[in-house]
Design a protein around this ligand. Structure first.
Ligand SMILES: [Zn+2]
Length: 417
């Protein structure tokens, strides 16, 4: 009876903890956080929320603050985002997106087609194009070098005239620090067909784009070792995402990377409850990842602790699934640590599969690795393929491996020599 009571108390506690982490993750994905980008101060709202959560958990400030600020230019879409073909109003994010480096512009105009030969060779005086037309290209079925060249030339055209790229693959948005002079729209073939071929060749658009100088903040929470130590372990996850594309559309960035912040919080709670003897812990939520790893790059050049004292860094980005296990980037660089991770998993069967991968510049571990800090970057794998689109929502997160992965990572650090 007593044992039963103890067990149920313990599991209730675990459930409560998991629910708290899920609520935290869900909140980061909500419209009030505006996709944690550069419209309506979304990323700043997220930074404040993460710092508050760090404080609630009991993480300390470093050098008197939770924040580290840095500034960069960014192209933003704060208000108008309208495209109409004939009399059909299109839905941003679903029917069309703008290229992240799209310029602003408005008008009602005719379509004019671009051919593959012109776009592949670039042997065409794009600068002489009529800026009062909308140039469209059916970018269907091209791949490899052809696609690369076509995309390059479409971007050049956007310097001289409005351009529309018709695609039949999923939209994948990004963020840019520069902008073309004219709008650059990507549209789904299904929509383009129906409304272009039916009755009208007229296209109307009204797109607002603004380059602004943006100050973003990395969020840092500190947890000292239980015995005085000069060595530090860093656990990191970027919290920024792509933000808003016009006033009515936002990119929630649930898997990428509200989920990673959830894991960050989950580990912070565990190590706050029982600290590491030998290592101070630095929990970092990075800003500016999606635009080019800016937050982590800044931290490497302005480290809050001596980088030589950083024993290991673990970066978490895309933690929301895990049905097909996890991948470890930099596994080949640190085979001993990778084997140790594998062995813990073999003993406990936490994760379906742990895949080994070499170094890659695909998240915030990268500049630390280049600076000589031993690091892993871990992401989960599973059926959820929503990525950099409006469908990467909290509801799509399965958290399939979440609890077990959190336990695996905790054991990995507790066993660190
Ligand atoms: Zn990411």
């Amino acid at each position: 009876m007593r044992i039963t009571l103890l067990i149920s108390f313990f599991s209730l506690n675990l459930v409560a903890q998991t629910e708290r982490v899920k609520d935290f993750t869900k909140q980061l994905c909500s419209p009030e956080f505006h996709g944690r980008g550069y419209v309506n101060a979304g990323d700043s709202i997220a930074a404040n929320h993460i710092a508050k959560t760090f404080e609630e958990i009991g993480l300390k400030q470093l050098n008197g603050t939770y924040f580290q600020s840095f500034t960069f230019p960014v192209n933003t879409f704060p208000t108008k985002m309208e495209v109409k073909i004939g009399d059909k109003q299109l839905t941003p994010g679903v029917d069309f997106i703008v290229n992240e480096a799209s310029g602003k512009g408005n008008g009602t105009t005719e379509f004019q087609s671009l051919g593959i030969y012109e776009l592949y060779t670039g042997k065409y005086s794009f600068s002489k194009l009529d800026k009062n037309k909308m140039f469209y290209f059916l970018n269907l079925g091209y791949g490899g070098d052809t696609l690369t060249k076509v995309r390059e030339n479409l971007k050049i055209i956007a310097k001289y005239a409005p351009v529309m790229e018709v695609v039949n693959t999923k939209f994948t948005w990004s963020v840019s620090e520069t902008a073309y002079k004219f709008p650059f729209i990507q549209i789904q073939e299904s929509v383009f067909k129906i409304h272009f071929q039916s009755n009208s060749t007229a296209v109307s658009f009204d797109i607002d784009a603004q380059i602004k100088n943006h100050t973003a903040r990395n969020v840092i929470g500190y947890l000292p070792a239980t015995k005085k130590s000069k060595k530090t372990i860093m656990i990191t996850a970027h919290y920024d995402h792509l933000g808003r594309m016009g006033s009515s559309t936002y990119f929630p960035g649930a898997n990428d990377n509200a989920s990673g912040n959830g894991m960050l919080i989950s580990l912070a709670e565990k190590f706050k409850a029982k600290g590491l003897k030998k290592y101070n812990l630095l929990f970092v939520a990075f800003a500016g990842e999606e635009i080019g790893l800016y937050g982590s790059k800044y931290m490497v050049s302005h480290p809050p602790v001596d980088l030589k004292s950083v024993h290991f860094l673990l970066n978490l980005d895309i933690m929301g699934s895990g049905e097909e296990g996890i991948t470890v980037v930099n596994a080949t660089l640190f085979p001993e640590e990778f084997t140790r991770l594998e062995n813990i998993n073999k003993g406990k069967n936490y994760i379906a599969q742990i895949k080994r991968r070499g170094p890659a510049a695909n998240s915030d571990h990268y500049f630390f690795t280049e600076a000589g800090v031993p690091a892993f970057y871990i992401y989960t794998m599973g059926p959820n393929k929503h990525y950099h689109d409006i469908y990467d929502t909290y509801q799509e997160l399965s958290f399939s491996a979440f609890g077990n992965l959190s336990n695996l990572l905790e054991e990995f650090f507790r066993g660190m020599k």
